[in-house]
Each structure stands twice: as C-alpha cells, then as structure tokens.
Design a protein around this ligand. Structure first.
Ligand code: ZN
Length: 327
C-alpha cells in the first residue's frame, strides 16, 4: 500500500542510533551533548505544549527532572535516537511524582481528558494522554512519543527476570534488560495484532465490542497467536468473532500502537460467505456496511453509526477503502 506509512504513528525515519546503545563512552557523550534533550513521561502521558497540545515538549538533559530515571532510580533515561541536527534525544519517566491539587479523575480510563502540570515546568506544558492528542502530532513527534511510551511501559512491567525472578537491570540505553543472577537477556516486547478490512463486494464487515459508545463500530481485530501467520490469524479471528469465512488475505499497512505495546497489522481479506454468526463473548454485534453508507458515517450523517476513531488504523484503512487508495 503506497500510503501505508501515512498512518498515525507511521514513522518518521527516526535515526535510532543503535550503535550508541552499548557504548558507555559514546552514550555518556550523547547525554552530555549541549543539544541533548529529553521527553518526560508521567504515567504514560507525554509532556506536550502549544495551544492545541500538538507538540512534544523536550527539556534539556540538565533539567533536574531528567535525573529521576524510568521505572526506578537506578535506570537512566532511554536513548530514543538522534534528531536531524544530530542532537541526542532521550526519554525519562517521572511517574513517581505525586501531583497535588490537580484533576486525576481520568487516569487509567480509556479516554483521559485531564492534564497535569508539574510545578518545575512552564505553566503551558502539560502531561496529556497520547490517544487524545496522537493525530495532532507531527510524524516525528508521534514516533518519539510512541517509542517512549512503549519502551518505558515495558520497563515498568518487566523489572524482574522472567526466568528466575531476580531484579533485572536496564542495559543498552533502555533497549534491553539483563539479569545479574541467571544471565537472562530480555528485550522490549511488541505484541502483533491483526486488524482486517473484510470485504464482500462493495460492503465491509464491521463489529462492536460490549461497552463501546452507542453506534460505534470498527474493523474486527485480534492478537496473533504463537505459531500463526498473519493470514491465518485474520481468517481465524473473523471466523471466531463473526462466523464469516475469509479467502485471500493481503497485508496493507502497520501501525505501532503503544497501548501498551502492540503492532497493528492492517490486512485486507475477501469474504467467501456473507452470513454472520457472532460469538457474543467476543463481540456484541457485527454487520455489513456498504460503501455509500460508510461515506455517510464518515461525514457524520449516518443516523445510527459513528465513524472509527481518528488516528486509529481502522479509520485509516476505511478512509483509504472509501477513496479507493488501498493499492
Ligand atoms: Zn534471571
């Protein structure tokens, strides 16, 4: 798909500077670089600025908050890569900060509209939930935010060795953890998920999960299982959830989805049958939506259906299906 990388989090060709990760002297020099900067995250929320909160806010490495370290005081900041002017870019987690007198009611919710302002940072710079602002960021800022959120989230939940249970140590500038007790090496996880545009003639298969806002339907999706190809995962998920048989499957586009650590594989699949038989444990409803009707949905003029969330790959694939630009 020619437009594949135009999806939100589609990447900006960031130079991840992997050669610096294991080189202690080079890493120290990168941290001391006069232009080195750090993205701060607080409980998964990146620091952003601007009237529309459409830009990341990076602080100098000398800022006292950078010293906190992600996932624990012993860990240093994670090296994200090099900016175009070679300035090293890092990410640090300051989740230990306990805000006082601020709205924390949205924390952990699917949609968190609250913003938090740290007293040691400019008043216009706030921590905001990435899902809320993702489609406003530049491709570079989106890649930095997605990478930082995913890798810091991994450190937070993988502090102990999965082989022996001992506390592990962050190495490789944040891109690996190693176990001093058994020598186990652990790498940041990315969980593959297939999300599929299943068509039959001029219609697309849409489904909804229990608990979604009324009228919200999206493309079917599911985790790829060990030992399974993307194609097999597409066919299995669609059969399990909607009872529809799928023939040919083609890969379209991928999207890093740091909620918390997925990689979405957008696929197209041709349905061989049209009858729907849903699994009520997995989904609440599924239906075929014609192209004309989907155009109404996207225009916000459909009486019952809401469009997929902007920024999500489902929205991107449907939009390209409508525009006939899936090739
Ligand atoms: Zn171990």
């Amino acid at each position: 798909m020619k437009r594949a990388e135009q999806v939100t989090f589609g990447g900006s060709g960031l130079n991840r500077a992997a050669h610096l990760r294991g080189d202690a002297a080079a890493l120290a020099a990168a941290r001391a670089h006069p232009k080195a900067a750090c993205l701060l995250l607080w409980r998964g929320k990146p620091l952003v600025q601007g009237e529309r909160l459409d830009r990341l806010s990076l602080v100098p490495m000398t800022h006292p908050l950078v010293q906190s370290g992600p996932g624990g005081a012993a860990d240093g900041p994670v090296l994200l890569g090099l900016a175009q002017d070679e300035a090293p870019l890092f990410a640090a987690d300051i989740s230990a900060w306990q805000p006082e007198g601020q709205d924390l009611s949205g924390l952990g919710n699917f949609v968190d509209p609250t913003e938090q302002q740290h007293p040691d940072l400019p008043a216009s710079h706030v921590f905001a939930e990435l899902r809320r602002i993702m489609s406003r960021l530049s491709p570079r800022d989106a890649e930095l935010a997605a990478s930082a959120k995913a890798v810091i989230g991994w450190h937070e939940t993988h502090r102990f060795c999965a082989r022996c249970g001992a506390q592990s140590e962050m190495v490789q500038a944040g891109w690996q953890r190693s176990c001093p007790t058994c020598g186990g090496q652990h790498f940041p996880r990315t969980d593959p998920v297939v999300i599929m545009l299943i068509t039959h003639g001029d219609s697309v298969l849409m489904g909804r999960s229990p608990g979604w806002p009324e009228g919200m339907y999206s493309l079917l999706a599911g985790f790829v299982e060990p030992g399974e190809t993307l194609e097999a995962a597409v066919r299995r998920e669609v059969m399990e959830e909607a009872g529809v048989r799928v023939g040919q499957v083609d890969y379209l586009a991928s999207q890093p989805w740091p909620f918390p650590a997925s990689l979405m594989f957008g696929c197209a699949g041709k349905a061989l049958s049209r009858d729907i038989r849903i699994d009520p444990v997995e989904i609440e409803d599924a239906l075929w939506v014609g192209k004309g009707e989907m155009m109404q949905v996207f225009a916000g003029e459909h009486p019952n259906l809401l469009p997929a969330r902007k920024g999500a790959i489902a929205h991107f694939l449907l939009q390209n299906w409508l525009a006939d630009t899936l090739d």
